[in-house]
Design a protein around this ligand. Structure first.
Ligand code: IPM
Ligand code: MG
Length: 355
């Protein structure tokens, strides 16, 4: 295949882990005889500083024309404690999702046997946890009507039937490919939007008779996820709930630096780590590149290139087993490796793989 990849490195540790993703992408393409071209584009705080817009039109055009976007992270502390800032780096990410129509965010939560002890949860609870959170990504409170003055503010959790149906379809289809267990997460005891979700999910259930569908309130799901994460196979939920639950999910794996994601929908798919820009670590070469590298595995798998994806997953597993790990996941008696050292080790591993 001939790949044309848009690379959006963004802010904080973004540029460092972006390089890791590109290096691994190139190594795998080289190994399998794919050609790849990268087009770099600005976003986030970096783009605000340069052109005053966190997702400039030029960046959108580069993304639109690409086969896939390799995205890293956006965010800068100078905006975090300034509620009056008119333009924020995160708006760039939201604009990208909206303009590319990326309504489905696929966030797998998996464990690595050698890292089970890194989870704040007990090993016997997290062992074998393996589920996918399908998060709706272009609707709900993130994009509904908003208002803010000095005395009142609101966000509207607006969802249409069309938006709900298409994301539930993704959920049912993922469940069909996995253990055929779908959990629809909502707050139907309180929210009208959730009641419509539940109604539509119940209407769709007969279309997927093999899937065991259950319904869970989000507060209960938050508890269940740390009490018995192995209960879940595929969960599907609205934008805000999915944002919150997937950060919780990262505790199951042991580090935020391990979880990749894919955002798919109408236009170019985006592959990105779920973690943020970790500004405190910027330039220190200590960030864990694995979430970004595993995002590249998801990129290949999206194009049905499963061998390519598997090679990356094998390389990541081998690096963990060999204790070539950044400080967030290193065990006490081993020195931590830097972002570039972990990346170089994984690239070497791929270069040395036999096909
Ligand atoms: C995520 C992030 C974003 C979100 C932020 C950076 C806007 O937390 O991708 O989960 O809330 O969607
Ligand atoms: Mg989040």
């Amino acid at each position: 295949m001939k790949f044309n990849i848009a690379v959006l490195a963004g802010d904080g540790i973004g540029p460092e882990i972006s390089k890791s993703g590109v290096a691994v992408m190139s190594a795998v393409c080289n190994k399998f005889g794919h050609s790849v071209e990268y087009t770099y584009a600005i976003c986030g705080a970096d783009a605000i500083d340069k052109v005053g817009n966190p997702f400039p039109e030029e960046t959108y055009q580069i993304c639109r024309k690409a086969d896939a976007v390799l995205f890293s992270a956006v965010g800068d502390p100078k905006y975090d404690n300034n509620p009056t800032a008119k333009v924020r780096p995160e708006q760039g990410l939201l604009a990208m999702r909206k303009q590319l129509g990326l309504y489905a965010n696929i966030r797998p939560v998996q464990t690595f046997e050698c890292l089970l002890h890194k989870s704040p949860l007990k090993t016997e609870i997290v062992r074998d946890a393996d589920f996918i959170c399908i998060r709706e990504l272009t609707g709900g409170m993130y994009f509904g009507e908003k208002y803010q003055d000095d005395n009142k503010a609101y966000d509207t959790n607006y969802y249409t039937r069309h938006e709900i149906e298409r994301i539930l379809k993704v959920g049912f289809e993922y469940a069909m490919q996995r253990k055929k267990h779908l959990t629809v997460i909502d707050k139907a005891n309180v929210l009208a939007s959730s009641r419509l979700w539940r109604q539509i999910a119940q209407e769709m259930e007969p279309l997927y008779p093999e899937v065991k569908t259950d319904y869970m309130y989000v507060d209960n799901a938050a508890m269940r996820m740390i009490q018995e994460p192995t209960f879940f196979d595929v969960m599907v939920t609205e934008n805000t709930f999915g944002d919150i639950l997937t950060d919780e999910g990262s505790c199951i794996s042991g580090s935020m630096g391990l979880l990749p994601s894919a955002s798919v929908g109408e236009q170019t798919p985006v592959f990105e780590p779920i973690h943020g820009s970790w500004p405190q670590a910027k330039g220190l070469n200590i960030a864990n590149p694995l979430a970004q590298i595993l995002s590249v595995a998801m990129l290949f798998e999206h194009f049905d290139l499963t061998e390519e994806g598997k090679m990356i997953r094998d390389a990541v597993k081998a690096s963990l087993d060999a204790n070539i790990r950044t400080q967030d996941i290193q065990t006490d008696n081993h020195a931590p490796y830097s972002t570039t050292q972990v990346t170089d080790w994984i690239v070497d591993y791929i270069n040395n793989c036999e096909l």
